[in-house]
Design a protein around this ligand. Structure first.
Ligand code: CUA
Length: 340
């Protein structure tokens, strides 16, 4: 929507854009109504009850129970409607559907880097198909950023040291804004880009141009480059546990507890390998903190995920959708990562 060529409201280009706008306009309308009501009454009462002659004394008012109840109960009901409506919409926005397609994003001063599972990499640009829920797993290489797609009505912080997620289903082909919505330093305002929504067939064509293999293949190359494969033998006879079929499965630890092998756990085990020792193994693994970029990390995780072909369908959700259903804690989709 634009007035005199000035855009004042972003296009509705995702499946839930209309729902977000409906709630937004409802809250604006209620607020405007009461703001106006109060302003008008201030003027009306100011005129009506003004002092009409010198020496006039105001009437003594003791209170009015029905009125006090009314102006307490009615706003309380309205506020609860806003809360209930907002909470249910928020819940919907924060839970990627199980059949979502995965894309990885890394925020970095001052750019957005995206990786598609099929291997395509982009900077400050993102290509997505219509009609398919897309889950973006977001990491940060340095400071807080926030990935924001106004036309999709969704936004999520990129937090150093953990993974966050957002999802959307684009409904209309076109090119839309992408912003960083968290002040992150000198060139924060330049940390912008565009998201191109394509028909599924056009998107498949676009994907076909990838170089350097899929994300999982890049992760596998890194896996041997970092010599992970010398200890993590698939036979389980190595010095480290086998990584085959562990994704989203419970892992028994040396201290007797159990964790789910989701992205947050895998990430922590790579960067801070002593944090959670798998039962039956020695704490021999060196830390890889500072040795692997965020993009390398997500490729490694993608490689490990590919060793669990039954954990989820190709291109289907990693942590979120599946974890929401499979994790014993019923954790939310905000994968609580390792905070440090
Ligand atoms: Cu990144 Cu602001």
């Amino acid at each position: 929507m634009s007035v005199f060529g000035i855009p004042i409201f972003p296009e509705q280009a995702s499946s839930f854009a209309k729902d977000v706008d409906a709630l937004y306009f409802f809250i604006v309308a209620v607020s405007a109504f009461f703001a106006l009501l109060v302003a008008v009454l201030v003027v009306v009462f100011g005129v009506k009850f003004r002092r009409k002659h010198a020496g006039e004394v105001g009437a003594r008012i003791e209170g009015n129970l029905p009125m006090e109840l009314a102006w307490s109960v009615i706003p309380a009901v309205i506020a609860m409607v806003m809360f209930g409506w907002g909470a249910s919409l928020f819940y919907h926005l924060r839970r990627p559907p199980a059949e979502s397609m995965n894309i990885y994003a890394v925020g970095k001063q001052w750019m957005w880097k995206f990786q598609h599972l099929e291997g395509q990499r982009e900077i400050n640009e993102l290509h997505v198909p219509t009609g398919r829920p897309i889950k973006v797993t977001v990491a940060s290489e340095d400071v807080l950023h926030s990935l924001y797609f106004p036309a999709f009505r969704t936004k999520i912080d990129a937090i150093p040291g953990r993974y966050t997620q957002l999802w959307f289903e684009a409904t209309k082909p076109g090119t839309y804004h992408m912003f960083c919505a968290e002040y992150c330093g000198t060139n924060h305002s330049g940390m912008i880009g565009s998201v191109t929504v394509m028909e599924p067939a056009a998107y498949q064509n676009w994907l076909a141009g990838a170089e350097g293999g899929t994300m999982a293949e890049r992760g596998a190359a890194l896996f041997s480059q970092l010599a992970c494969n010398t200890c993590h033998l698939e036979t389980g006879q190595g010095r480290g546990p086998s990584l085959k079929d562990i994704y989203l499965k419970p892992v028994e630890l040396a201290d007797g507890s159990t964790v789910t092998a989701d992205e947050a756990y895998l990430r922590e085990s790579i960067l801070n390998s002593q944090a959670k020792i798998v039962k039956g193994f020695q704490p021999l693994m060196p830390t890889f903190q500072g040795l692997i970029s965020e993009e390398g990390l997500v490729s490694l995780i993608e490689h490990i995920r590919s060793l669990s072909p039954n954990a989820s369908a190709p291109g289907a959700p990693a942590a979120a959708g599946a974890a929401g259903a499979a994790s014993p804690t019923g954790a939310t989709n905000q994968t609580p990562g390792t905070v440090r």
